[in-house]
Structures are given as C-alpha cells and as structure tokens.
Design a protein around this ligand. Sequence first.
Ligand SMILES: *Cc1c(COP(=O)(O)O)cnc(C)c1O
Length: 373
Amino acid sequence: MKVPLLDLKRQYKYIKNDILPDIGELMENQTFILGDQVGRFEQAVASYCNCEYCIGVASGTDALILALDEAGVKNGDEVITTPFTFFSSASSIARVGATPVFVDIDERTFNIDINKIHKKITDKTKAILPVHIFGQAADMDFILSLAKEYNLKVIEDAAQAIGTTYKGKKVGSLGNFGCLSFFPSKNLGAFGDGGMILTKTLGDYERLRAMRMHGETKKYHHNFIGYNSRLDAIQALVLSKKLKYLNNWHEMRREHAHRYNELFEKKELLEFVTPPYETTVSYHIYNQYTIKAKKRDELKQFLDENNIGNAIYYPLPLHLQNCFEYLGYKKGDLPIAEMVSKEVLSLPVFPELTEEEQNFVVDKIEEFYKGKI
Ligand SMILES: *Cc1c(COP(=O)(O)O)cnc(C)c1O
C-alpha cells in the first residue's frame, strides 16, 4: 500500500462537478483581476472568520508583508516571532526592513512560549507576530495584553489556521491583522497561490485595498507606493466553492488525529511516539498532525521505504538559517525549537485519508519500533 502525505486529487474528484462549470463561465467572460468573485469571497471569509474586513492578496507571504507595512513596521523596528514556523513568518519582517526577534517555543504546542516574550521587548519593538502553528492557536490573551501594555501591533500568522478558534473566537480576527494562506496544502487551498488579510478598521481596509493595487486610489493616481498583489478571480471562485466544505474537512482531520492518538495508545507506542498536544482553549484544525518520535530520522527513512508519506516541519529553526546569519544567533540560543526540530514528524491527516490507510501507517510505525509482529 502507498499512503500519500496529502492527496489533493481525491478532494478534486469530489468537488470537480461543482467547480468546473463556473470556471468555464469565467473563461468565457475573461475577467481575471479582482471583480465580483473576489469581493464575494472576501465577504464570505469575513463572515466565516467573524472579522469586519478582508483583503484578498496574491499569497500568504504577501498578506504578511502588506499587513506589516500597513502596521507601520519599517527599517530599524523589531518584530517578535517564533523560529519554529514556515520561512515567511520571519522573511516578511525582514522584507519590510525590520529585524525578526526570535523567541523560543513551548515544547508541547510548538507555539511561541509566552513566558519568554517579555524579556525580548525593547524600545525598538513595534509588533508581535504569533503563528498558530499546525492549526492550533497561540496563547492570544497573553500576547494581546502584552501588546496593549507596550503599545505594540499584533499580526497573526494564521496561514495554517483558517477556522481555528481561541476561546471560541476565530484566529486571525484577534490581533490588528490576521494573515491567511490559500497555498494548495492548507486546509483551504486554491488551485495555485493566494492569501488574505483580515482587519478590523475601515482605514486599514481601504489602505490595504489600495496597497495591493500599486497604491492606486483612483485609476492611474497613486497616493503612495504599493504592491502588485491581488487574489486572482479564478482562485476566489475555487475557494468560494471549497469554503462550503471546510468545516466538514476540519472535522475529518480532527477525527483522524484523535484516531491516531488512540491507536498509538492501544498499541503501546507512547514511549516512542508523542502525539500532538491539544490545549483546552483552541479548536485545532490539524493542518498537520505532528508527532515527536524517538529515532526520528530512522523512522522517517523506514516510512519513506514503505511508501508512507511524511515530512519534517521544520528541520532547521529560522534563527539558524543562512540568510539570517547577520542576526547573530548561534546554536543553543533557542534550545526548545532546536530540540523539537530534531524530533518532529508529520503524518498523513488529510480529510480523505481512509481508515485502512491510517491503520497501515500505525502498523508500520509499530513494526519500526517493535519489529515484525
Ligand atoms: C504557508 C505559510 C505561509 C506562507 O503562505 P504562502 O501562501 O505560501 O505564501 C506563512 N506562514 C505560515 C506559517 C505558513 O504555513
């Protein structure tokens, strides 16, 4: 048996007939940039995330860059974030000229360790950029109260967390800005790249709408220098169709996650494998099901040899990336992130994964640790 880490073809088969006629119509109309499709999808996400305003942009990375820009983050500023995340959580900070300041993570949730943020706040700190890693919310109450005390902006990287809740509220709607990604492997994935910024104030909304269009407020009149970063109409169409299924897909991912947990326990594998920790305050959407595994690299190789999809998110924490050498971090500076990056392994958890496939994954993990059974 071959079990993929993610199989988007299965999802497509299921929604194909719902999507293709509308794509056909769009092709007939040849209206590709912004327009009704994007406006309607922005409203749908605003309603889904319980947030006032949404602005569709070209990617999750651009969502972060434009949000940081709109937050006034610039040269010489510092922004606090986590080293255990996808690259663009930090590259976006550097891209607007500011300095990423990395704070170590919590060993159980893999999210930023709130107890270590305070020490890193300086006169130059302008914002905090928490990431809701793998689809579970960071501890927002504490982050928001710190931000209030020190007058900092909060930009949530919710790229892996559309639909995740924190104390009943959708993430992305809690800080000044929330950033979503529609990269195909996210829980809500486009047929290509896409992203969205969530915000609460009309001023930010209007400026961000201009910002994604070269800072244009009236055709060929530019009040400021913006970007060319728009969500394509075709992606908005695809995403609008998929949004109807999203809650159901979240639930299926959660069922798979909880079933893995039970199987690992039943098969007495918990001394080798630590399932992901779920907090009581977040609805976890399991963009990734990420275990900590003894002899991780050997397990990975064994799964590879047995055609079981898996991946290491993330093998090298961002403070140790070559491109951030200029920041002056060295090995040992953020020990939890460094340790975790040697232990984590993500397993297939996509909605359409079958019970048979899941059993096979766990059986092979059992075989690896206990030998043939
Ligand atoms: C995917 C992702 C991004 C970037 O999104 P793109 O749409 O690929 O640009 C940013 N942050 C996190 C945590 C992500 O997982």
